[in-house]
Design a protein around this ligand. Sequence first.
Ligand SMILES: [Zn+2]
Length: 244
Amino acid sequence: MHTRNGNMTGSRILVFGAHPDDIEFGCGAVLLDAAAKGAKIDLVVLSRGEAGTHGNRSIREKEALNAAHLLGAELHFATTPGDTRLQADLEIKLLAAKEIRRLKPDLVFAPSGHLNQHPDHRETSRVVRDANRLARYGKTPGLENWEPHATKALLFYDISIEAAGTDGLVPFLVDVSSQVEKWTDLMKCHESQTGNLDYVDLQLSRARVLGIQAGVASALRLYSEGPLLWSSIETVLSARGPRL
Ligand SMILES: [Zn+2]
């Protein structure tokens, strides 16, 4: 996105994740950059990660709160059927759409929906994709108490390497070189998940490879539902094409 002028004060970003660490691992570096530029960030997490092999519900809640604090974001846990039980049904879509109407974000982030990954990530992707539409439709039944809200863009992030794949979405890279150290600290907030640090290394390496390809230290890939509109050819000057 446009980072050269860097003033995001007054902008709001709403990020959805299935589990307490998804957001920080998937797009934490991008959010740190947005927060540093003044954006207000809300995180909505659809489970407490209570079915995870490591940690438990209360440990993971606490880790997510620590991470949100470091990010300067507000964390909301949604009431859903829970970890490994997420289904993109109407009830949860309305819940997500309600959050979009309530928080009125400019940008909404969701996990990418590739098949080969944790089913909760895939379901969350579908939930948010549909919720983003339901939030703007004028007369969606069940949302009458909240004003319709149209976001500027819905963007998707990869949680794991397996999740990478365009699935008809439009990929673009964001330079996150300035946030790598803080991003490492952010991911390490999820101590119960980073016992051997391979997960942290994996994300840092992924960003490094994308960065090398783009000619910067580190970059993260996001996706948009369709082509993003640049306000003029002038703003495209803050972007540049592949180097390799
Ligand atoms: Zn997850």
